[in-house]
Write a protein of this length. Structure first.
Length: 450
């Protein structure tokens, strides 16, 4: 059976009574229509559509004060879906089930709390797209396999998305991110105040940081107790130890500046800020002391300075094992000193003080997993000269391999030689990683200086 409530301009009271009478007999399974004799649902309200007809359906209208006066327990599970329209929020409170009632509008009861009834897309309901708001509790967005993207069509300004003001700021016009600023000047702009650290990159142990200190300038380096390395082409070029030693091409510097390879500079060499004068020679002043410039009287003869000796490459004999360097190439004065292919002997009548210069090196192919050392010792009459021991490092090759790479060292030393003394150059590597291809004496010269 269908029960129809139909109102007309005449006999309205009679029709209502008739409808109520019918409802009393068929309410459990009836359908009701308002302004229609053929209702399609439980309650079917059809608008009349006239220009003077005030069509619509009004929910109960209350103020927040009205709802507050009802207490927190009046509405429960049985009232799920109850709909009201809040006309005023100046009174009452926004606590308990009314926590979300903060604007005028429709609200429905979900069994626990009054919820705003959104107007949907393009509607006038309160939502993120048309109103500010406050989260009532923690929220989690589960993306699953979906993406979450924000796009901007802004053409001016520098702050288009932010978290807590300048904590994180996105400039969508210039594609920049600011941390500590709402007007980033670069792709990533970190702004701090006073003397403060900025960016940190860490693997949990090593901490690399930037630091800006008032007017003193900017710093970059390790905050943790680790060395700092500068690289190019995925290879180490400069190494700074925790104590401040700097190695160029040297992964284990033992001095404030430790260079593996040739050094080119313009201007004066100025130990203790003294440039010396023309003709002077820089000489050692003992271990731990600044070298000094000295006048050298060259009353003797120069031997083998313009005609140098060198040698063929010799095989590497294993880690921490000496190899005699070859001296078989070259002619001239020093060739007369050659006792055999690896040993020089001071000729009769040539005793004196000499300036010794030499350059030796090791050739490396393949990978080097950790830095190791290459050195060349000088033996006079079979005795190692412990007062000077030139050494260099073979740097590791992260992410690649070496192809005929030469790691060399150069040395100059004032030595005293007597007729018949023998001179031998021995080279070796230690803590070796990988397999060196060979070692070689590139040049050696002796200049008599008295």
């Amino acid at each position: 059976m269908k029960t129809i409530i139909y109102f007309s301009k005449t006999g309205m009271k009679k029709n209502v009574y008739a409808a109520m009478f019918c409802l009393s007999f068929s309410l459990g399974y009836s359908q009701m229509g308002i302004n229609t004799q053929t209702p399609k649902t439980t309650l079917d309200v059809t608008g009349k559509g006239g220009v003077t007809d005030k069509d619509g359906l009004q929910a109960p209208r209350l103020t927040r004060a009205d709802l507050t006066s009802k207490g927190d327990a009046l509405y429960g599970a049985d009232q799920k879906g109850a709909l009201v329209y809040i006309t005023d929020i100046t009174g009452g409170d926004a606590v308990g089930p009314r926590a979300l009632i903060d604007v005028v509008g429709y609200y429905y009861f979900d069994g626990t709390q009054w919820q705003k009834l959104s107007g949907g897309s393009g509607g006038s309901g309160v939502n993120l797209y048309n109103s500010d708001g406050t989260l009532a509790s923690n929220r989690i967005v589960t993306q699953g396999d979906k993406t979450l993207a924000f796009t901007s069509s802004a053409t001016s300004g520098t702050s288009h998305f932010s978290v807590d003001g300048s904590t994180l700021n996105v400039d969508a016009v210039n594609n920049r991110i600011g941390i500590g600023t709402t007007a980033p000047e670069t792709k990533l702009d970190v702004v701090t105040t006073g003397a403060s650290y900025g960016i940190q990159h860490s693997n949990g142990t090593v901490k690399l940081r930037t630091y800006a200190r008032n007017t003193d300038g900017g710093w970059i380096g390790t905050y943790s107790n680790h060395p700092l390395r500068l690289m190019t082409n995925d290879g180490m070029r400069v190494h700074i130890t925790q104590t401040g030693n700097v190695g160029i091409g040297n992964g284990a510097p033992t001095e404030k500046l430790d260079v593996s390879g040739n050094v080119k500079f313009s201007g004066a060499l100025m130990p203790n800020n003294v440039a010396g004068t023309a003709g002077q020679v820089l000489t050692s002043n003992g271990a731990g002391n600044t070298p000094i410039w000295k006048e050298i009287t060259t009353s003797g003869t120069v031997v083998g300075y313009s005609v140098l000796l060198s040698g063929n490459e010799v095989s590497w004999n294993g880690n921490n094992t000496y190899t005699d360097l070859d001296l078989s190439i070259g002619s001239g004065a020093l060739a007369n000193w050659r006792l055999n292919n690896s040993t020089l002997r001071v000729p009769a009548g040539q005793s004196g003080i000499y300036l010794l210069n030499f350059t030796s090196g090791v050739r490396v192919n393949g990978g080097v997993s950790s830095t190791y050392s290459f050195l060349t010792d000088i033996f006079i009459n079979g005795v190692q000269q412990s007062n000077f021991r030139p050494i260099t490092s073979v740097a590791n090759s992260p992410g690649g391999t070496y192809a005929n790479a030469i790691f060399s060292l150069s040395w100059s030393q004032i030595i005293t030689l007597n007729a018949g003394d023998t001179i031998l150059f021995k080279a070796k590597t230690f803590a070796t990683s990988g397999t060196p291809s060979g070692m070689k004496m590139a040049r050696v010269s002796l200049e008599k200086v008295n």
